[in-house]
Each structure stands twice: as C-alpha cells, then as structure tokens.
Design a protein around this ligand. Structure first.
Ligand SMILES: *Cc1c(COP(=O)(O)O)cnc(C)c1O
Length: 367
C-alpha cells in the first residue's frame, strides 16, 4: 500500500501526512482491494462494510456516522426504468459524506489537528461535519456566491468560514496557499476522498446482486464520484467480482462544460465558461483532476452529455412533483439520464440523486 504520483514515478509511504507529492504532482493510492462477499453480506449496512477493500485500518478507529449503503430505487424516466441511488440521504445532505468519512478518518489516524478545505458548498459541509465529529479544527474557503444555507450549515458544525472575493478558482488558490501549512482536506486533491467515493461502485454492484450495470450516469464537476467509481469498478474487476466495466457517462451543464468540450475536441477559452449555473455544484472551470476524469470516461467507453439550464429546471420540477426534493445540481444529472435513455433504451442504467434540495438557494416557480 503506497501513494503513487500521477504522471510521475515516485512512491510515498501511506502514513505520511501528505496530499500532494513534493514535486506537486497529484497522488493516488495503490492498494490491493479484497472482497469477501460472505463477510460483506454479514456486515453493517454502511460503506465501511467493504473494510478489506478500503485502504484504511479500521481497528485504529474510524470517524463514521454509519453512512452509506443508500437505498437504490427503480424510477421511471422517459418511460424507462432506471436505478437511482438516493445519495441525498447522507447526514450532511450529499454523497460527499462518502469521501469525508474516509478522508477525516485518515487525518485523525495521522494525528492531524486542523484541516483546510475549499468548496462551492457540499464538500465543505461534509468535511465540516466529519471534522466536528472527529474534533478536528476546520477552516473552509468559499466563493462569494455560495448558497447561504450551506454556509449556515458549515458554521453550525463549527467551521471557520473564509469568503473569497472573486471566482471559484480564486477560492481554490487561497485554499491551496493555506494548505502549505495545514492539511488539505480537499475533495479534488486529497486521494483519501476517493477511498470513500469508490464505495458508490461497490454498493451499486452489491445492490444489483454483484452484477455490473451497463452504464452509470454521473455529475462531472470536480469528478470526485467519477474518479471514485472508476477506481471502485476497476478494483471489483481486478478481484474478479465483475467481468466488465460499466460505461461512465458524465454530465455537465452547457454553460460550463470544459471537460465535455475537451472530450469532443471542442475546447473553448476559460473565460467562455460561466460558473453561474443553477447547477452550482458542477459549474467547475478548472478541475484539478480533469485528465483523470476524461480518462475514466474514455477507458470505460463512456461519453459526455451537456444539459441546458432550462432542461435542468424542468427536470428539477418533474422530480419534485414525483416526490423527490433534490438540488438543481442533482437535477442536471437526471436531465442527462433522460437524454441518454433516448439513445440507449436497452441498457441497465444506474444514476443518483446527488444532493438534498433543502439547502439550495434556487427557488423555481412550479407552474
Ligand atoms: C459535488 C456535487 C456534485 C458534483 O460532483 P463532482 O465530484 O464535483 O463532480 C454533484 N451534485 C452535488 C449535489 C454535489 O454536491
């Protein structure tokens, strides 16, 4: 078990308190995941049930709220049934808790006393929640346009808030600076976040009786779920649990689609992308792991989809009117599912509600 450099060759000890290599290259965790299906079946219904497949020693204590193993429900969209995982049902209101439980557990085991993080919202809420649970000091950098309810939530957990003048990128730069002296609990950089998000793939397979769907349709902002899924399904395949990889289909909003455009060789200039989407959680112009995200889509034979602001709004309303109160960001993914179905009607498709609607700043008229 080691850290390996992305596009580099150095290897680092897994118990070093680092989140990037000394050559400033991204780190990944090299680990041989094991799956004992009988043992898993008899374990608590939470994401830590895959203990031999998570690169953390649970006997040293974990920071957990018994999160995960979210319900999976068949829902009819465009006259076709797709599997939707209810990832808005985590303690802090989004699937980001998956990454927070593993990252903060590792930080606690490393003896970290303070973490910094930057986020357009939900990642900050998740890290703040788990830092509070672990009694680790937490400082969050936010862009000015962050939803007020998310800020209130982070402050309630006891996090210190730093609003940064300027764009989401300016916020990341400020946090990156602060992370030169503090441990960076970043969902984009810190590889321990993906040890958690990868369990989304494990749960999907287990909930489909250890079968692999044909495609998983995921949001693409910083790609924490895409990268997690890619790692998770790869580990399942390497262990011989599944015999193929699902296609990873990544959804972006049309006004901020740098990854999709790069995938289709239609990249625009940075200033042509707007982060003022109602899908605030995926309006990301510079994802630090963009190369890894696009690679996951290419290697699984997947694709990118773009959805317009109107499509997001319409899907959001439709979901609310069938009982699901989700974030507009989550509606973007579902709008992508509705589009994808039109082309791939025969596939077994899994997607998700990524975040809860209660904390969103956007209110739409329903009629
Ligand atoms: C973070 C987030 C996303 C986007 O995920 P990435 O990992 O940044 O691609 C989608 N929906 C919600 C609710 C989120 O919080």
């Amino acid at each position: 078990m080691n850290y390996t450099e992305q596009n580099g060759s150095e290897i680092f000890n897994i118990d070093e308190p680092i989140w990037i290599s000394k050559n400033e290259k991204l780190l990944n965790i090299q680990f041989d995941a094991k799956f004992d299906l009988k043992k898993i079946k008899n374990s608590n219904k939470r994401l830590w049930r895959y203990e031999d497949a998570i690169a953390i020693d649970q006997t040293k204590g974990i920071v957990s709220m018994d999160e995960g193993f979210t319900p999976i429900e068949k829902i009819k969209l465009n006259k076709k049934e797709v599997y939707i995982k209810h990832e808005h049902l985590f303690c802090s209101g989004s699937y980001k808790d998956r990454g927070a439980t593993t990252l903060i557990t590792k930080a606690k085991q490393l003896g970290i006393k303070k973490v910094v993080q930057d986020s357009s919202g939900n990642a900050g809420c998740a890290i703040a929640a788990y830092a509070a649970k672990a009694q680790i000091e937490c400082e969050i950098y936010l862009p000015e346009n962050t939803s007020e309810n998310k800020i209130i939530q982070m402050q309630a957990y006891g996090a210190t808030i730093n609003k940064v003048n300027g764009t989401r990128k300016d916020t990341s730069i400020a946090a990156y600076k602060a992370a030169q002296i503090n441990y960076y609990a970043s969902h984009c950089y810190n590889p321990w976040f993906f040890e958690g998000t990868k369990t989304f793939a494990f749960e999907i397979c287990e909930q489909l009786n250890w079968k692999c769907p044909d495609s998983v349709i995921l949001p693409a902002g910083n790609g924490t779920l895409i990268i997690g899924c890619y790692i998770g399904f790869t580990q399942l395949a390497n262990a011989g649990i599944i015999n193929k990889m699902p296609k990873i289909v990544a959804v972006q909003t049309a006004i901020c689609s740098p990854l999709a455009d790069k995938f289709f060789n239609m990249e625009k200039r940075e200033n042509e992308y707007s982060s003022n989407s109602i899908a605030e959680g995926i309006a990301i112009v510079n994802a630090p792991r963009s190369e890894q995200i696009i690679d996951a889509v290419i290697k699984t034979n997947g694709t990118f989809l773009k959805v317009t602001e109107d499509e997001i709004k319409n899907t959001w309303k439709k979901m609310a009117q069938t009982g699901f109160y989700i974030e507009p960001t989550s509606a973007a993914t579902i709008a992508g599912v509705e589009k994808y179905i039109l082309e791939s009607y025969d596939e077994i498709i899994v997607s998700l509600f990524s975040g809860h609607g209660l904390k969103s700043k956007f209110q739409f008229e329903v009629n």
